[in-house]
Design a protein around this ligand. Structure first.
Ligand code: ATP
Ligand code: MG
Ligand code: MG
Length: 350
């Protein structure tokens, strides 16, 4: 096959398209929103809703394999696409990561550790969950949350009604608050032949619920580093996964806890663009088209900084920095909280 269909036209789709193009593949983006960042660099872009079954059918017919950078594609659209072309990563991986309850049940079923959790639909559920799990705790919508949206911190039982109201009637999950020392993520890939390659874990710092920086190497002991990579491989194998996945972890004195998984290239893997010969975007392309994976070895230490909202005002200064690789997404308007680009500050590994 020579054309890769990508559901979602954001910056991840844009960087996937660039990587695909470098390997001689074409990409076709499917995106409901107008002027998606990926449209500038893809070979074709369909702007249509996920309810437009004629547009979906034409899209599927024009590509050889379908992947995604956006997880919340409606089931009916996926059914239609999957009848025509393979979807990689597979539907099970997508379904599990779309739903925090399925995700936690899957991860704990694999023998991995998550924060204590409970499903919450009613005030009685929430009060019982708080009684069991304790406070502080975090109530999260089961579906559709990102960048910390759809989450409320609960410090005391009396806050239960207000926290539940903030869910707007959507199913939710209560999680015990983890007093982690820091957060790391593993970006790992699995090929069509079942081989697995992982990048060195990165250490993530969030600001206002949004990823701010990823630092490589992370502060991890050799044992924690291999634990992190092995648990990611266990997840990929259990899902018969094909593609790149991001696995977010909390580092605690009791070991590594899994926060969540993302069945796609991940913001905390952007450092690989300037730290590795084969970055996460090329790795994902290789996986979904059935090429051999590149190894995850890195040649440099990297600090990736997201440029969010008016951080774009610092671009002229960043352009004058040495060893700083700037990546911009071509978004016209810099709104608060909007990811505009990132910078990878690189230092050759000693
Ligand atoms: P993303 O953009 O990564 O998909 P999200 O909206 O899915 O974000 P989470 O990753 O669940 O949100 O949470 C965002 C951040 O909030 C975490 O990276 C962590 O810093 C903090 N957090 C989430 N859950 C917990 C928890 N149970 N205990 C402590 N901190 C937490
Ligand atoms: Mg998430
Ligand atoms: Mg997260």
């Amino acid at each position: 096959g020579s054309t890769i269909g990508i559901l979602g036209g954001g910056q991840l789709g844009r960087m996937l398209s660039v990587a695909a193009s470098r390997l001689g593949y074409k990409t076709h983006i499917y995106e409901p929103g107008a002027n998606p960042p990926a449209a500038d660099v893809a070979h074709a872009c369909t702007t249509a809703s996920y309810d437009d079954h004629a547009a979906l059918a034409a899209f599927a017919a024009s590509v050889d394999v379908i992947t995604y950078e956006f997880e919340n594609v409606p089931t009916a659209a996926l059914d239609l696409l999957e009848a025509a072309r393979p979807i990689r990563p597979n539907r099970r991986a997508l379904a599990i990561s779309q739903d925090r309850m399925l995700e936690k049940d899957f991860l704990t079923g694999l023998g991995l550790t998550c924060a204590p959790y409970a499903a919450v639909n009613t005030l009685a559920d929430l009060e019982a969950a708080i009684a069991r799990i304790g406070t502080p705790a975090i109530l999260k919508t089961t579906r559709l949350g990102y960048d910390g949206k759809g989450q409320v911190r609960i410090m005391a039982l009396a806050e239960a009604p207000a926290a539940l109201a903030a869910m707007n009637g959507a199913p939710a999950v209560l999680e015990g608050f983890v007093s982690f020392s820091h957060e790391v993520s593993v970006i790992a890939a699995r090929g069509l032949d079942g081989s697995v390659a992982a990048y060195d874990p990165g250490e993530n710092v969030h600001k206002d619920g949004i990823l701010s920086t990823t630092t490589i190497p992370a502060r991890l002991t050799p044992a924690q580093r291999s634990d992190a990579v092995l648990l990611a491989a266990r997840i990929l194998n259990a899902l018969d996964y094909v593609g790149v996945m991001g696995v977010e972890l909390f580092v605690t004195p009791q070991g590594l806890l899994v926060n969540e998984i993302a069945p796609r290239v991940h913001n905390s893997g952007h450092w690989t663009q300037n730290g590795c010969a084969v970055d996460q975007f090329e790795q994902h392309v290789r996986a979904v088209v059935g090429l051999p994976l590149g190894d995850g070895a890195r040649h440099s230490d990297v600090v990736m900084e997201n440029l969010i909202g008016d951080d774009v005002d610092r671009i002229p200064a960043i352009l004058k920095e040495r060893h700083a690789a700037l990546h911009l997404y071509g978004k016209a308007e810099a709104r608060p909280g909007r990811k505009m680009g990132h910078v990878n500050r690189v230092r050759p590994k000693v």
